[in-house]
Design a protein around this ligand. Structure first.
Ligand code: ZN
Length: 94
C-alpha cells in the first residue's frame, strides 16, 4: 500500500530554537485529519493540521502545550493512526 505522501520542511516557532526539519505524512492526514510533528531541536510538538478540531483550543501560536495529555485523551484514535519516523503523529479519518 503506497499512499501519496507529502514532505514538509518546518521551521520551529520556538524562540531560541528555529530548527528546520523535514517531515513526511500522508496527504489524507494533512487534508482531512491530524498531523503533529516533533521538533528535533527542542522536542516540542507542533500542530500542522487539525481538521477534526481536536486541538484547536489547546494550542498557542500553533505550538502544542500539553500534547501528551491531549494525545492520551484521544489516544485510542491516535494509536489507530500512525506514529512514524521523525516524530510525526498522524491520524486520518476513514
Ligand atoms: Zn524547536
Amino acid at each position: 500500500m503506497h499512499e501519496p505522501r507529502l514532505s514538509l520542511t518546518f521551521t520551529c516557532t520556538v524562540e531560541a530554537c528555529h530548527t528546520r526539519s523535514t517531515h513526511q505524512f500522508t496527504r489524507r492526514s494533512y487534508e482531512r485529519g491530524i498531523v503533529i510533528v516533533q521538533c528535533p531541536g527542542c522536542k516540542n510538538r507542533h500542530l500542522i493540521a487539525d481538521h477534526l478540531g481536536w486541538f484547536k483550543e489547546s494550542t498557542k501560536d500553533g505550538q502544542m502545550k500539553t500534547v501528551e495529555d491531549l494525545v492520551r485523551a484521544k489516544g485510542e484514535k491516535v494509536r489507530r493512526g500512525r506514529v512514524g519516523e521523525g516524530g510525526v503523529v498522524e491520524y486520518a479519518p476513514e
